[in-house]
Design a protein around this ligand. Structure first.
Ligand SMILES: [Zn+2]
Length: 329
């Protein structure tokens, strides 16, 4: 996967910050032990001195029997010393590894590389920062579930159903979806006219999942498709397609708003199909009706959507108009 230069810079900065934190915490613990248990501190210093002596002797090579004997002696002394030190730490109420360096990633010691290969922790950071860049370019504002206002939906029946009751159920479903999210959860599609809160509730789900540490890519179909197209035809750097394919949740806002071509249709199918095959959920919202989706897109796309997405039909009047009427905006 291709990551942006900015993502590399941020990942390196973050890893440096983690290493600094580990060093600072280690120093703080040493100072604490030096003050509270000087005997243990002396043993720790002696253990470090023995380590250096060991390295020095190993550097001489094993040709001489004297050197080999010396190395064995130092090793044994060091093991005994560390054992005693660990026992004393425990007796003083500390964990036995209290004076060891503690890195966030024990595989690469927060360096980002292990055996010359990029460590998983570094890959995770690169993915996170690249995703953030894509999301920032798509400029969808994120919201909290707490900001959802059910009073904007009418409690008068329309075509035999009450919008407020229906939207309350959808709201609860969205909230549960976000709080109980797991990687193989179902895909959703929000149908409804403009201004009924589809983007709002999608953005609430995105915000909640991001706060839980999930990797969420969200954006309007228009902007995401344009970005993929620009990258495919070398007008822009990046690998938005891979990031979208691998996100824990992909949110495609406003399906139908994209400038539809064979290319965008094939990208849409690849996204939906591959994510279904990998059992990764996708959330689509659209102003189109079910019939319009059926007419606008080819059978392959439609059958994947109708077969694998759980539909929600938003109800009510344009919330922005309701706010305007009530003098809120
Ligand atoms: Zn690592």
């Amino acid at each position: 996967m291709k990551y942006t230069e900015q993502a590399f810079d941020r990942a390196e900065l973050e890893l440096r910050r983690r290493q600094d934190n580990a060093n600072e915490e280690h120093q703080r613990r040493l100072d604490e032990i030096a003050q509270n248990a000087p005997e243990i501190y002396r043993m720790h210093s002696e253990a470090i001195r023995l380590n250096y002596a060991l390295i020095g002797n190993i550097g001489k090579g094993k040709s001489s029997a004297d050197v080999s004997k010396k190395i064995a002696e130092i090793k044994e002394k060091n093991i005994n010393l560390r054992h005693t030190m660990h026992e004393m730490l425990k007796a003083c109420g500390y964990p036995e590894d209290y004076l060891q360096m503690h890195y966030q990633c024990e595989i690469c010691n927060d360096s980002g590389y292990h055996d010359g290969v990029r460590c998983e922790c570094m890959k995770k950071l690169l993915k996170k920062y690249t995703t953030e860049e894509i999301n920032a370019n798509c400029s969808i504002e994120l919201h909290d579930f707490a900001d959802f206002r059910i009073e904007y939906y009418s409690d008068a029946p329309v075509n035999g159903e009450i919008p407020r009751v229906k939207m309350q159920t959808i709201f609860e479903n969205c909230k549960n979806y976000a709080t109980r999210f797991e990687p193989h959860t179902s895909s959703l599609i929000f149908f409804g006219k403009t201004g009924l809160g589809k983007t709002f509730l999608s953005s609430c789900i995105a915000k909640e999942l991001i706060s839980q540490g999930w990797n969420v890519v969200y954006g309007s179909m228009l902007k995401l498709m344009r970005q993929v197209e620009d990258e495919r035809f070398h007008r822009a750097e990046g690998d938005t397609m891979s990031i979208m394919l691998e996100a824990d949740l992909l949110i495609l806002d406003d399906l139908g708003s994209e400038f539809q071509t064979q290319f965008t249709d094939s990208v849409l199918y690849e996204l939906i199909n591959e994510r279904i095959n990998e059992r990764r959920p996708t959330l689509i919202s659209t102003n189109l009706t079910v019939n319009e989706v059926g007419k606008k897109y080819n059978d392959r796309i439609v059958s994947r959507i109708t077969g694998c997405f759980r539909p929600f039909f938003f109800a009510g009047s344009d919330v922005r108009l309701v706010k305007l009427r009530n003098g809120i905006i």
